[in-house]
Design a protein around this ligand. Structure first.
Ligand code: GLU
Length: 465
C-alpha cells in the first residue's frame, strides 16, 4: 500500500512554525518512502478563511520547497458530503440532532462540572430521536458510553482513554458547516490517507476520530503525533515562516534544517542538505521529547547552510537584497567569489549586501579609529610600492597578489599584518574585511591601485605624526 499523507492547515493568515514543521515532516516522509503528499485547506470557518490567508499557505509552502501532489482539497467545496455522511450516521444511530440552546448548554456544563468534574454535555438530546424539522440544531456524535479507546501512536506509543471521559462532540454546527473533528475523518478517508502526522496537541482528538472511523466502517490511518515546540509564545516577533524569511533573512535550507531537528534526530548530525533529509527522515526517529525553539541555534544553522549551499543558489537568494540597494551585480565568477568570501562570516541573507559596499563603491570616508591606527606617514612608501607592483603585475590572480605581498614583506623584513592592515583600510575604509588577497582581487587592479594612492594622499593631508 503506498503511503499517502496530508498537510491540513486552517487558513489563519500566517504559517506558524509548528505548522511549518508538520508540513515538513509530512513532506519528508512522503518523499522518503516515495509516497504522496497532499494539501487540504480546512476552511470551514468562513470568517477567517479569506483568499489572502490561503495564499499565505501556498506562498509559505512554495518558499519552503514543499511541493504537493494532486489537486488541493478545500473543505468548503465539500459541505454536501459532510451533510450526507452526518445524516447517514444519524440514520444508523451513531449521531443525533441536539436542540439545546446556548443558555441551556451553559447551565448543563456548570452542573456537569460540579457533578463529574468535567465541563461537558449531559446527552439530554441523545435519545430524543429528533428529526430534521426539529428547528435550529447541531448534530452530535453518540460516543460509546463504556469501554476504552486505545491506539498505537507511531511516535507517542500506546495511548489509552476511557470512553466515559469523552464527550458527545458536535459534528455539524447550526449553520450546516462541519466541525474539524468530523470533517477530518470524512476527508482523510476520502483522500485515502495512510498516515496522519500532526502535532501532539491533537492526540486527544484522535479518540473521537477513531470512534467516528468505527461508526463509519472506515479503516483508520496510522497516527504519528510530533512533540510540542516550546518557547515560541515567549518570542518577540511572530513565529511565522514569513517573519523568518522577510525580517530575519533566513534561507529556506536554514529554516527547514532547524525545524526538522525540533523533534527528529539522525545520530548527531546537525546540518543536512534537502537530499540528505529526504534520505534520512523516518518517523521512527521522531522523539517524544519537546523541542525548544532557540533563535541563537537557528542563526547558527542558517550560517552553516549559507556556507554549504551552491553559490548559484546563494546568488539567487541575495540578489534581491542588492537590487533593493540599487546594486545590480551580474551573476558570474566575480560575484560568486565575493559571495563565497563573505559567506564565511554571514549569518543572514541581508549581511551580504551590508558587508560589501567597498566592492562596489569607492571609499567616501575611512573609519576613524582604523585610519588613525593604520594610515601613518611611515606607511606611505610601502603603500606606493604596493600600488606600483600591482600596477605592473602580469596576471591578476589571488596567487599572484599573495606573491607580491609576501615578497614585499620579505624585502622589508616585516610581518604580513604590518602591510596588510594599512592596505585593508586603504582599500575598504575599515579594519575588518575578508582575507586580504581575495579582498584585493575582488576590488580589482585599477581600483586597488587608485585607492592605495588615495590613501597616501589622505595620509599627507591628515597624519600629523
Ligand atoms: N486544521 C488542523 C490544524 O491546523 C489539522 C489537524 C490535523 O492534521 O488533523 O491543526
Amino acid at each position: 500500500m503506498s503511503v499517502r499523507v496530508r498537510f491540513a492547515p486552517s487558513p489563519t493568515g500566517f504559517m506558524h512554525m509548528g505548522n511549518a514543521r508538520t508540513a515538513l515532516f509530512n513532506w519528508l516522509y512522503a518523499r522518503h518512502v516515495g509516497g504522496t503528499f497532499l494539501l487540504r485547506i480546512e476552511d470551514t470557518d468562513r470568517e477567517r478563511s479569506t483568499k489572502e490567508a490561503v495564499q499565505v499557505i501556498y506562498d509559505s509552502l512554495k518558499w519552503m520547497g514543499l511541493d504537493w501532489d494532486e489537486d488541493v482539497i478545500f473543505q468548503s467545496d465539500r459541505l454536501d458530503v459532510y451533510r450526507d455522511v452526518a445524516n447517514r450516521l444519524i440514520d444508523a444511530g451513531f449521531a443525533y440532532r441536539c436542540t439545546c440552546t446556548r443558555e441551556e448548554l451553559e447551565a448543563i456544563k456548570v452542573r456537569m462540572e460540579a457533578e463529574t468534574g468535567q465541563k461537558r454535555y449531559d446527552r439530554t438530546c441523545r435519545d430524543k430521536k429528533q428529526g430534521p424539522d426539529c428547528g435550529e440544531h447541531v448534530i452530535r456524535f453518540a460516543t460509546p458510553i463504556t469501554g476504552e479507546s486505545a491506539f498505537e501512536d507511531l511516535i507517542q506509543g500506546s495511548i489509552l482513554k476511557q470512553q466515559e471521559e469523552l464527550d458527545d462532540f458536535i459534528m455539524m454546527r447550526t449553520d450546516g458547516t462541519p466541525t474539524y473533528q468530523f470533517a477530518v475523518v470524512v476527508d482523510d478517508e476520502k483522500m485515502r490517507i495512510t498516515h496522519v502526522i500532526r502535532g501532539v496537541d491533537h492526540i486527544d482528538n484522535t479518540h473521537d476520530q477513531l470512534n467516528l472511523y468505527r461508526a463509519l466502517g472506515f479503516t483508520p490511518p496510522q497516527f504519528a503525533h510530533a512533540p510540542r515546540i516550546l518557547g515560541l509564545s515567549k518570542r518577540k516577533g511572530s513565529p511565522s515562516v514569513e517573519y523568518y524569511r522577510q525580517a530575519m533573512g533566513l534561507t529556506r535550507e536554514g529554516l527547514l534544517n532547524y525545524i526538522v531537528r525540533l523533534g527528529w534526530s539522525h545520530g548527531d548530525q546537525e546540518i543536512f542538505s534537502m537530499e540528505e533529509l529526504i534520505a534520512a527522515f523516518d518517523l521512527k526517529d521522531v522523539n517524544r521529547a519537546s523541542g525548544n525553539f532557540d533563535d541563537v541555534k537557528l542563526a547558527w544553522v542558517n550560517e552553516q547552510q549559507l556556507r554549504k549551499i551552491p553559490l548559484e543558489l546563494l546568488a539567487d537568494y541575495v540578489l534581491p537584497y542588492f537590487q533593493e540597494k540599487g546594486l545590480n551585480p551580474e551573476k558570474g565568477p566575480w560575484f560568486y567569489r565575493m559571495l563565497d568570501v563573505i559567506r564565511l562570516r554571514a549569518t543572514h541573507l541581508g549581511d551580504f549586501v551590508d558587508r560589501c559596499d567597498y566592492f562596489f563603491n569607492d571609499i567616501k570616508e575611512y573609519e576613524e579609529k582604523a585610519a588613525k591606527k593604520h594610515l601613518k606617514s611611515a606607511m606611505t612608501p610601502v603603500l606606493l610600492e604596493l600600488a606600483d607592483r600591482f600596477e605592473k603585475l602580469g596576471e591578476w590572480t589571488e596567487e599572484a597578489i599573495a606573491a607580491v605581498m609576501t615578497r614585499l614583506c620579505e624585502e622589508k623584513d616585516t610581518k604580513l599584518g604590518k602591510i596588510a592592515q594599512p592596505a585593508r583600510v586603504a582599500l575598504s575604509g575599515c579594519a575588518m574585511t575578508p582575507g586580504i588577497y581575495e579582498t584585493i582581487w575582488l576590488i580589482g587592479r585599477e581600483r586597488t591601485v587608485s585607492r592605495l594612492k588615495a590613501a597616501t594622499q589622505w595620509i599627507a593631508e591628515n597624519d600629523q605624526t
